[in-house]
Write a protein that binds this ligand. Sequence first.
Ligand code: SF4
Length: 93
Amino acid sequence: MCLEEMLDVEITTGAIYHIQSKKRHEFTIDYALRQKTLHAIEEIRHNLVNNILPKAEYSKRKCDNCSLYDFCLPKIKEPKTLNSIFKPVEFNG
Ligand code: SF4
């Protein structure tokens, strides 16, 4: 959707490369996927503005090898806030 806006073109297919299987998976970019994407963007924006970090749901299959595990802490019961994890960067100069 960003590429469409930047390049003024319509893009109807996308692809994801899955490293473990070494396979490329193509998918159709249709109205339903666009709506789902816009909804996710709105939800992320809402969470950022309101300092909400959604509770992660632990899944052994997904989480045990995830590079974000130490930040995400999916086994913790109490949800954290974004500000408790990410400290604002101060620039001097
Ligand atoms: S540890 Fe990784 S896979 Fe599990 S919930 Fe967090 S981000 Fe998702």
